[in-house]
Every structure is written in structure tokens, then in C-alpha cells.
Design a binder for this molecule. Structure first.
Ligand SMILES: [Zn+2]
Length: 463
């Protein structure tokens, strides 16, 4: 720890914070969700539109598969009235996105219905299995999802089931599986942004930038950023640590590399005390000379101090040992590490909670500044999407207000509140389940209450 915490200033001002071009965020938004009560379809659609997912419009949560109604081909042959009613009930459950109930009901019907309905049930089962699988994926519960996708695929080739397996393989860092699954999907003509970005990520881990670039025909920002990273990679070397793989410029190695590695490893121990598990897969960190940092992510604004897009990307200034800079650098590492750990567990939390926690974990050793405003609090929708697209001034307040939200949550939860919050987020499940475990009402309620306090000028500073 020692190295980075000299020059501690209690007056540290939470100013311009780091940017995160979180691909993960975009991925999450294209997941169908079974918890429609939490986010209205309308706001979800707006988020989807923001991700520029070419399939966004057709990807209303849950709208990825349909059960065929028997109306056209079977009814004339006749189901008895009980089977017909049961079929209607099942179709309704599915339409309401109650996938677990639909699945359970179908299982029950398999043993109790007549041969005609049984045949229909068998034909529909890949869709039922895949829908339920995606509901689990939406809650980051791949352990439950994977067997369902595999069962669906054993019945017939179902692109959505393969896509589900792809997301789970990616989340677990199984690179070879990602490459073979995405290869198959591309061959089958499934080329949506989710498949492309996951494949590109795995290719980049292998240094296969040219192949990654080919995936993004027509997306100049993406291609330019990959080109830039490819150029830089020619000079970069790699080092392995216990939980990290560090890619770096040789000029950085001489003065900093060992310190970064031991600091990050130390942070893991410290973060563990705050409820974060140790990572189960290697976290990739890329250290850039600050002058090389511009353009590595494509569309990143120049105020970014670091970012996380599946990898921690951190610029290193030659003058990092100057007063304040060393602390700032440590904070950037801590901030992006928080994102990496939350990302790995796939915690289903709003962007502002993610950003607030990252800043809260960053400032712990240095003293966290008091916050509170009397000025206008951003509308929730502004803090729900990536901060990437915000103007510098809006971004500055978005970060501040995210941290303020976390301070207030902490006050609400009492001593050890951050740990409780992190632990609940790590347990998985829907974002509603996370707040239910904490007994703190919905995220929206919290947001509304806290924004009022802010506008009234209530100050918070964590102990
Ligand atoms: Zn961040």
C-alpha cells in the first residue's frame, strides 16, 4: 500500500472522474430481462437505442423468441378443451415473460396432457428453455443458464441458445470457447453487436487485431481504436502477476511496473475486506504512456483518466510522482479495479451505483470529500446510461452525484453499509433482489429521495 499513499490530502476534491466506455453496460442492455417490472420497456428501449445496437429495435427485453400457437395447423384436428385451455395458459405465461412459471407448467403438462399437446410442447421446448436461460443470464446466473441452453441445443440448433452460451463463456473468461462459439454464430449469419464485441474482445486477448478489425466493417470509430491498439501493441510487453496480466510500454517498466502490480494485488486483499471476492479470472490491465492514451477506445473524450471496457486501460504520466499525481494515479487504479470486480460478478446495479462505488473505493485511503449541493440533481435517465456521451460539465456532475448517491446509501445502511451493498450485489439476481436483500426500497425510490436531499443542500461525508 505504502507507495501510493504519500501526499495524502484531506482536501481532495472529487473532480473530473474517469470515463468508462463500458461495453459490458451495452451488453447488459441487450439482454432480455424477466424483471420487466423494474424498468419500463420504454426506458429500456431508449437505452438500447443509445447502444447503437443494430438489432436494438427488435430487441425489446424478452422479444427474442416466440412460441408458435397451434391455432393454424392443429386446432381443426382438435385438442380437447382442457388441453386447449392449458395451451392458452402457457402461451399467456410466456407472453407475460414469466419464463420460470411457463417452463414449470410445460414440464407438468408433459406428463398430463394428450398426445397432440405433448407433440407441440416438444416442438416449443427449445424456445422455452432458451427464454428461461436468458432470464438467468439477465440476472448473471450462468450456472443455471448453461444447462438450459445445452438442452435446447440438443433438440435443435437455436442461435439464441448459442448466443447465451457465448455470453456465459465470455463472462467466465473461457476464451477458446468464445472463439469457437462466435465462429459458429458468424457462419450462421448471426452478426449482432453482442456477438461481434465479445469475439473482438477474445481476439484482442490473442493479439489478433486484424481479425478483430474485420468484424467492424462500417464502424470507423471501432476500427480506428483497434488500429491504434494494434500499433501500440507492437511495442508492448506483458507481465503476469497472481491475478493480473499487465501489458505495458517498455519505458513504463523501468519506473513503475512492479509498483503497479504489487499495489493492485494489495488492493484485492483490501477490497476483499469490503465484500468483493477475489477475481476468478485474470484481470487484464494495459498501461499506456499518457500521450498514447488518446484514441485507444474510440470516441473516448479527452477528459478520461482511465477506462474499463473489459480491460483496465490506464494512462501513465512520466511525472506521476509529482505531488497529487501519485494519489490520483492510485485512485484511477482503484476506480477501474472496482469496475473490473463488479463486471466480473456481473452485478445487476444501476450505472450510478457502479460509478459511485468505483469512486468510493478510490477515495477510501485518501479521505473522501464531503458532497452536497443545493444545485440541480441530474434526471435519473442521465445517470442510467454510460457517462461516455456526456458533455464534460455534465459528466463532472454525473460522477459527483453518483458518489453522493453512494454516500447517502451508506448513511442509510449504517456502519459497514458499503460492504453490505457490495455483498448483496455479488450475490447476483435481479437488481430488485439486490435492494430487497438490503431492505432499502427500489433504486428509483432511493434516487428520488437522495436527489431531493441534494437539492436541499444536505451534505454527506462518509466516516
Ligand atoms: Zn468509472
Amino acid at each position: 500500500m505504502g507507495l501510493f499513499i504519500r501526499n495524502v490530502s484531506r482536501d481532495f476534491h472529487v473532480g473530473m472522474a474517469q470515463l468508462d466506455q463500458s461495453q459490458w453496460r451495452a451488453l447488459k442492455m441487450s439482454f432480455p430481462s424477466n424483471s420487466t417490472e423494474e424498468v419500463s420497456a420504454e426506458s429500456k428501449l431508449k437505452e438500447l437505442a443509445k447502444t447503437k445496437d443494430t438489432r436494438a429495435e427488435s430487441r425489446v427485453p424478452g422479444d427474442w423468441g416466440k412460441l408458435d400457437s397451434m391455432e393454424s395447423d392443429f386446432t381443426k384436428d382438435g385438442l380437447d378443451s382442457k388441453d386447449r385451455q392449458n395451451q392458452k395458459k402457457l402461451l399467456k405465461l410466456f407472453e407475460q415473460k414469466k419464463y420460470q412459471e411457463a417452463y414449470d407448467f410445460a414440464e407438468h403438462l408433459k406428463s398430463t396432457s394428450g398426445p397432440m399437446l405433448k407433440k407441440w410442447l416438444f416442438q416449443q421446448s427449445p424456445v422455452l428453455l432458451t427464454a428461461l436461460g436468458w432470464a438467468f443470464v439477465g440476472n448473471h446466473q450462468c450456472v443455471q443458464a448453461i444447462p438450459l441452453f445445452n438442452e435446447a441445443l440438443a433438440i435443435r440448433e437455436e442461435a439464441e441458445a448459442s448466443r447465451g452460451l457465448l455470453v456465459c463463456a465470455h463472462a467466465a473468461g473461457r476464451k477458446d470457447e468464445v472463439l469457437s462459439l462466435s465462429d459458429k454464430l458468424l457462419e450462421a449469419g448471426v452478426k449482432d453487436s453482442l456477438v461481434l464485441s465479445i469475439r473482438s474482445d477474445a481476439l484482442e486477448s490473442d493479439g489478433r487485431f486484424d481479425e478483430a478489425k474485420e468484424l467492424f466493417q462500417g464502424n470507423e470509430d471501432k476500427k480506428r481504436a483497434l488500429e491504434r491498439r494494434s500499433e501500440l501493441s507492437q511495442r508492448q510487453s506483458q507481465a503476469r502477476a497472481n491475478h493480473f496480466q499487465i501489458t505495458f510500454e517498455p519505458s513504463i517498466q523501468e519506473f513503475l511496473l512492479d509498483d503497479v502490480i504489487s499495489y493492485l494485488e494489495d488492493c484485492l486483499g483490501e477490497f476483499n475486506q469490503m465484500g468483493f471476492p477475489f477475481p476468478s479470472k485474470t484481470i487484464e490491465v494495459v498501461l499506456y504512456r499518457s500521450r498514447d492514451f488518446t484514441g485507444v477506445a474510440g470516441g473516448q473524450p479527452n477528459w478520461a483518466e482511465g477506462l474499463f471496457d473489459g480491460r483496465m486501460r490506464i494512462p501513465v504520466s512520466q511525472t506521476w510522482k509529482a505531488p497529487q499525481k501519485e494519489m490520483r494515479f492510485a485512485m484511477v487504479l482503484r476506480h477501474e479495479l472496482t469496475h473490473a470486480l463488479l463486471h466480473e460478478s456481473g452485478a445487476n446495479i444501476p450505472v450510478w451505483t457502479d460509478e459511485g462505488l468505483a469512486q468510493r473505493m478510490a477515495c477510501i485511503p485518501f479521505g473522501c470529500a464531503a458532497l452536497g449541493g443545493r444545485s440541480k440533481f441530474h434526471q435519473m435517465r442521465l445517470l442510467e446510461g454510460s457517462f461516455l456521451g456526456l458533455k464534460a460539465e455534465d459528466a463532472r456532475t454525473a460522477y459527483q452525484q453518483s458518489l453522493y448517491l453512494i454516500y447517502s446509501l451508506e448513511a442509510m445502511l449504517g456502519p459497514g453499509g458499503i460492504k453490505d451493498l457490495v455483498e448483496s450485489a455479488q450475490l447476483g439476481g435481479s437488481s430488485k433482489q439486490i435492494t430487497e436483500r438490503l431492505g432499502i426500497g427500489s433504486w428509483e425510490q432511493i434516487y428520488n429521495d437522495v436527489s431531493k436531499k441534494y437539492e436541499q443542500g444536505v451534505q454527506f461525508r462518509p466516516q
